[in-house]
Design a protein. Structure first.
Length: 114
């Protein structure tokens, strides 16, 4: 059973923007902090941004000021708005709970060309 569905990735030039969306069920979303992670080839999966159930946010330093995480409690979705993209942002992006206890989805590929 697919619990997390990520979408919105693509190929973009450096400096461009993308909006990623994660859809999940109400039972997973409600009351839980959610987060976006990414994994580049040869690297470990890393936390990019998180948002608590109360909408408090945190970001890794390298994306601070460029990425914005938000949640829509009515639609059970988490969005990652990515601006001023850099080639080093290239990775597969995943969503999960802040403590990632759910099975990982397929992710969505983000490729930033220089």
């Amino acid at each position: 059973q697919v619990q997390l569905v990520e979408s919105g990735g693509g190929l973009v030039q450096a400096g461009g923007s993308l909006t990623l969306t994660c859809a999940t069920s109400r039972s997973i979303f409600s009351g839980n902090g959610m987060a976006w992670y990414r994994q580049a080839p040869g690297n470990k999966r890393e936390l990019v941004a998180s948002i608590s159930s109360g909408s408090s946010t945190n970001y890794r330093d390298s994306v601070l000021g460029r990425f914005t995480i938000s949640r829509d409690n009515a639609k059970n979705t988490v969005t990652l708005q990515m601006n001023s993209l850099k080639p080093e942002d290239t990775a597969v992006y995943y969503c999960n709970k802040i403590i990632p206890t759910l099975e990982w989805g397929q992710g969505t590929q983000v490729t930033v060309s220089s």
